[in-house]
Design a protein around this ligand. Structure first.
Ligand SMILES: Cc1cc2nc3c(=O)[nH]c(=O)nc-3n(C[C@H](O)[C@H](O)[C@H](O)COP(=O)(O)O)c2cc1C
Length: 460
């Protein structure tokens, strides 16, 4: 399949044109582009937005690409309903990448002092942001111990022609790879890729075990080897169809203030690991597209966090809960990562608790897990709250654990990111419990018929 962003944009324009909004008028990278995307995400089609003219730069900008579930389903070639199952299925295999010598991103090459990152149309998203940011920076690195590769998103603040601040706060692989490099008194070489097919984004955001090369996983989500091409100044390869590649290193022994940044929590975050990146090369395709992921608690930012978690939690739960029904990590109220609702057909007392602890243990971001019975739709938060209202007793069904590892970005966690976690068992006890009300189906059909014949009622 075509592994580039441009082909996917063409696919959207062909199969669902309302999902791509082209903005031909000039827009200011300071606030204007973000405000437009935040308005566009309220439209039913939640379109990807292509800004053709961003003031002060020659590069067009694509944003909001990853915000919409149906668009991600299109990328995987399935219906929205099959998205999670298809993603899970594909993650079961492992397809190593292939390395090709040449790449479109080698069309334009700038080395050393020729690099000027200020030419890229980095947006200033919110009024509280400390400056222009790369938000769709897919950062590639190798484990200094094993050589296994990782690739993940990391915010980067423009600080000079060759310098950016970077925060490794999610404390997963990149954080650990850098820690290992620094322990050896070495910088960590990285390649930053901008403008990729959504499948590469989904693969990079999945949560594999530490001994799995992330590009093997990206290949499995693609259904074929991901094509890589060698970098010029670092011993790494970058996805061959990236629009833009920035090479360089995260410096050991150097820390500098970074931020504030508009985080997915909906707050300006001052918390950062305060690392410093120095660029050694800038490469891009002819007519390169610059990708932005809308920041703050935007639909795009939170969707990117939610979807891989729904996949991961379903995988974890399906190991011990044979009668799992559904998993929802709400994008809005739970900012795509702090809350999780699980429904199951309970067959043993304690099973809901088993589900709650499995999810809480699977990810340090999640703070609240609510378990409900199978008759409750976890995608309808009113129903989840109804289950809590009528099936839960706080002294019996609420579990709180303090002093857990949380995320640094949670403004309510301690400065060293220690948090409390809560589970709520809102399932009915097995055995005696009042029967849930049902409405006679024939009577419902008759009622609908009657109401449909009263056009003036339907309209109001
Ligand atoms: C848009 C976006 C921005 C992100 N920014 C950061 C970041 O600045 N720092 C960070 O540590 N994690 C960030 N994350 C989370 C990581 O990308 C994610 O946890 C990834 O799986 C980490 O990969 P790793 O295991 O290679 O570290 C971001 C995620 C998204 C979706």
């Amino acid at each position: 399949m075509a592994q580039d962003l441009r082909s996917f944009l063409k696919q959207i324009e062909k199969s669902c044109p309302t999902q791509l909004l082209r903005v031909q008028e000039p827009v200011d990278p300071l606030f204007e582009a973000t405000a437009l995307v935040l308005e566009a995400e309220k439209l039913a089609s939640c379109p990807a937005v292509l800004f053709e003219q961003v003031q002060g730069s020659d590069f067009p900008v694509i944003s909001n690409l990853l915000a919409h579930r149906p668009r991600l389903a299109l990328a995987l070639g399935v219906s929205q309903e099959r998205l999670i199952e298809e993603f899970r299925l594909r993650l079961k295999s492992s397809i190593p990448p292939v390395i090709r010598g040449d790449a479109p991103f080698q069309d334009n090459i700038f080395l050393g002092d020729q690099v000027d990152l200020g030419r890229l149309p980095m947006l200033v998203h919110f009024e509280q942001d400390g400056g222009p940011y790369l938000t769709a920076a897919l950062v590639v690195a190798r484990d200094p111990h094993s050589g296994i590769r990782t690739v993940g998103y990391h915010r980067m603040q423009l600080k000079g022609p060759r310098k950016m601040g970077i925060s490794l706060h999610s404390r997963r692989r990149m954080y650990e790879y850098f820690r290992r490099a620094e322990e050896q008194n070495r910088p960590l070489e990285v390649a930053i890729c901008l403008g990729v097919h959504p499948i590469l984004s989904l693969g990079a955001l999945s949560l594999p075990p530490a001994d799995v090369d992330k590009f093997d996983l990206v290949g499995s989500v693609l259904g074929e080897p991901v094509e890589l091409a060698p970098c010029q100044t670092v011993a790494l390869e970058a996805p061959r169809w990236s629009e833009i590649v920035i090479e360089g290193r995260i410096l050991n022994g150097v820390r500098e203030k970074e931020g504030p940044f508009s985080e997915f929590t909906g707050y300006a975050s001052e918390r950062s690991t305060e690392n410093v990146f120095e660029a050694t090369a800038l490469l891009y395709r002819n007519e390169a597209l610059f990708q932005d992921i809308n920041s703050g608690n935007s639909m795009e930012h939170c969707r990117c966090l939610s979807l891989p978690r729904e996949v991961e939690f379903t995988n974890v739960l399906s190991k011990s809960i044979p009668n799992l029904k559904a998993v929802h990590v709400p994008v809005r109220s739970g900012i795509g990562s702090f809350h999780c609702y699980v429904s199951l057909r309970k067959t043993a007392e304690g099973q809901a608790k088993q589900a709650i602890f499995s999810v809480l243990g699977a990810d340090h971001y999640v703070k609240l897990v609510v378990a409900v019975d199978e008759d409750v739709d976890v995608f309808d938060e009113e129903q989840v709250l109804w289950a809590i209202a009528t099936r839960m007793q706080a002294n019996r069904d609420v579990f709180i654990m303090g002093e857990c590892m949380g995320t640094l970005l949670d403004p309510s966690a301690s400065d060293d990111a220690v948090t409390a976690k809560m589970g709520i068992d809102a399932t009915k006890p097995l055995g005696r419990f009042p029967t849930t009300l049902t409405v006679n189906q024939k009577a419902v059909e008759r009622a609908r018929e009657l109401l449909n014949s009263r056009a003036e009622l339907v309209k109001t």
